[in-house]
Design a protein around this ligand. Structure first.
Ligand SMILES: [Zn+2]
Length: 102
């Protein structure tokens, strides 16, 4: 088990987990229940966290997480990868081949 992502946004934790599963990476969300109790716990202690089941998936998982979680301020226009894949502006890397945004 290894943590690949934590966020104060429960929706993002769910999204990241879905994406990882789509890529065949077994993962789970921790602290989701505590998240609703926010205000009574130190903020960082109760953020939802995404954990992967197999450590060997870590590099691949981090790649997916990083691609999925570009801050809004970095979101640009949609772009087309060198492999021909059309990528939405909030993603910094190609889903298909992993190339970074040019
Ligand atoms: Zn590509």
């Amino acid at each position: 088990m290894r943590r690949v992502y934590s966020t104060d946004n429960g929706m993002m934790a769910g999204l990241v987990c879905d994406l990882l599963r789509q890529q065949g990476i077994d993962c789970s969300i921790r602290n989701q229940g505590l998240w609703s109790a926010l205000g009574e716990l130190p903020p960082n202690e109760c953020w939802p966290e995404v954990w992967i089941a197999n450590d060997r998936d870590f590099d691949r998982a981090m790649h997916i997480v990083n691609a999925a979680t570009v801050p809004d301020t970095d979101a640009g226009p949609d772009w087309t990868c060198t492999c021909g894949e059309r990528i939405e502006g909030q993603f910094a890397a190609c889903w298909h081949c992993g190339s970074p945004r040019p």
